[in-house]
Design a protein. Structure first.
Length: 225
């Protein structure tokens, strides 16, 4: 029950209400690299991440552009169900072994109609997404690749930061191409920038995980932008 209480979408529900809605969802495990749905597919279900990491991306001219990485408690696939959209706008794949719960679209609409608190949380979620999308467009327009990389690292650390063997890390295995897709630049550019940041002792790379050598400085950088 604790896991469900920690899902932001359901934080306004009482324990007995959580017990009522849990049977509406079906739990599915996805191995790393498994596609959950693609752009243009019919929209039938909404999803909530229970564990793992989910990548949301869009394909333009054959190239993937990462929109977001989702973790525990995050919701996806809901917008097309709430709004009158018949097809998926984005593609979704499991970035590592993940477990999600899914709910039929019609049942999901009934759920948010029955529980005003869930409806309010969902509305705030969609507003937050719009704000983040606008922020990303702003970053792309005014910031160089190094600044965008630093801001991306800050966001990843805020969401997936952890302590491992006394070190502050971004608890994801990320390739240079993964970061390039998120930053909106070439893999070669990210490789050069990361090498520069390592020489400045800002980050270190260990087993495809990014060690943040000075978390306070990283957070301060993001706030100053």
């Amino acid at each position: 029950m604790t896991l469900w209480q920690d899902i932001p979408l359901f934080r306004d529900l009482y324990p007995e209400e959580l017990e009522e809605i849990r049977p509406l969802f079906r739990t599915i495990s996805y191995p790393k690299g498994k596609r959950i749905f693609d752009e243009g597919e019919p929209s039938h279900y909404a999803y909530i991440v229970l564990s793992g990491v989910i990548k949301v991306y869009r394909t333009t001219q054959g190239r993937e552009h990462t929109v977001d990485l989702l973790g525990q408690g995050d919701v996806f696939g809901d917008m097309e169900l709430v709004d009158p959209i018949k097809e998926r706008l984005l593609s979704v794949v499991s970035h590592r072994d993940s477990v999600v719960c899914t709910i039929d679209g019609k049942v999901f609409k009934q759920l948010i109609a029955q529980y005003p608190g869930v409806k309010d949380r969902l509305l705030q979620l969609q507003i937050d997404r719009l704000i983040l999308a606008n922020e990303k467009l702003h970053e792309m327009k005014i910031n160089d690749a190094k600044t965008r990389l630093m801001l991306t690292l800050q966001k990843l650390y805020s969401k997936f930061g952890a302590q491992e063997e006394g070190k502050s890390i971004i608890n994801l295995r990320l390739t240079h191409q993964d970061l390039a897709d998120m930053v909106g630049t070439l893999r070669e550019t990210v490789s050069i920038l990361l090498k520069d940041l390592q020489q400045q002792d800002v980050v270190q790379m260990q087993n495809q995980k990014i060690v943040i050598m000075n978390p306070e400085a990283l957070m301060s950088f993001a706030k100053s932008e």
